[in-house]
Write a protein that binds this ligand. Structure first.
Ligand code: NAD
Length: 253
């Protein structure tokens, strides 16, 4: 049992999970901090420690500033995700899927750790894209990230698209970029059809992802929020669990 939560709350959440037939998990960066990938806004988050790092995630600054793109490529080359392994929180969702209750994992994460833990890739909806591919901002050519990182390691500080010469970035959604409409629509469909939404490891401050919690509640689903710190959707939740996800999620499944 996670020791930081009220046991009654944990038991209520356990019974909501065991009684649900269509669970959707909405995950955020907090699910991967135990794997060594820092979140953005948690106590040890990248932006909490260095507010200027937010510029790396802004598409307008990325396009306008070559020096910032070079910094971004170095950050990608040295990203902790390349060495990271899934943790108990990712594994708990694999366990829940085995029971037949988990319909989808809607994730804001770009690290691929749900799939690497063993979650069926067909059930993982990557709202904010993936670090494992590059996308050209001009011709939209998608390629393996490894190829671009090899070029950076070989000395190309800001490798252009090999097809059209355009600006390359990771195939992730930066602030100022729209989400893929088909991906968002699929996520909304799953959330509208679920009977329990399990929001885990997200500050629930980035829209439209965060709005999926309200959509679930309006559609009649029960809502469990698991996050170390407060979220704007705690009031909407049937249960809020504050413990560490590596303990909380295994306890729930
Ligand atoms: P966020 O940084 O805004 O929030 C993470 C939340 O998780 C925080 O509120 C923090 O208190 C909580 N948390 C951290 N570790 C925890 C733990 N072990 N147990 C319980 N709670 C924990 O992240 P977000 O809401 O996902 O949104 C930020 C954006 O950052 C997303 O768009 C995402 O794409 C991107 N991002 C992704 C990764 C990744 O792929 N791993 C990492 C950093 C940022």
């Amino acid at each position: 049992m996670p020791h930081t939560d009220d046991l009654d709350q944990v038991r209520t959440a356990q019974s909501l999970v065991s009684g649900a037939q269509r669970v959707v998990a909405l995950t955020g960066a907090g699910v991967s901090t135990d794997s060594g990938i820092p979140d953005f806004r948690g106590p040890n988050g990248v932006w909490t420690r260095d507010p200027d790092a937010q510029r790396l995630s802004n598409i307008h600054e990325y396009v306008a500033d070559q020096e910032l793109r070079q910094r971004s490529w170095q950050a990608r080359l040295n990203h902790p995700g390349w060495q990271a392994r899934p943790n108990a929180a990712h594994e708990a969702l694999v366990t829940l899927a085995r029971s037949g209750q988990l319909r989808a994992i809607v994730t804001q994460n770009v690290d691929g750790l749900h799939q690497r833990a063993g979650s069926d890739p067909a059930t993982v909806i990557e709202l904010h894209g993936t670090l494992y591919e590059t996308a050209c901002l001009t011709c939209d050519e998608h390629r393996d990230m490894r190829e671009a990182l090899d070029r950076v390691a070989a000395g190309e500080a800001d490798p252009p698209c090999l097809v059209c010469g355009g600006i390359l970035k990771s195939a992730t959604i930066s602030f100022g970029q729209a989400l893929d409409a088909a991906v968002l629509s699929r996520a909304r469909d799953e959330v509208e059809a679920c009977d329990l939404l399990l929001a885990a490891g997200s500050s629930l401050s980035v829209h439209p992802a965060a709005g999926l919690v309200g959509l679930a509640a309006r559609s009649g689903a029960r809502v469990v929020v698991c996050n170390a710190t407060e979220t704007p959707y705690d009031d909407v939740a049937d249960v809020v669990l504050r413990g560490s996800l590596g303990e909380v999620l295994p306890a729930l499944v």
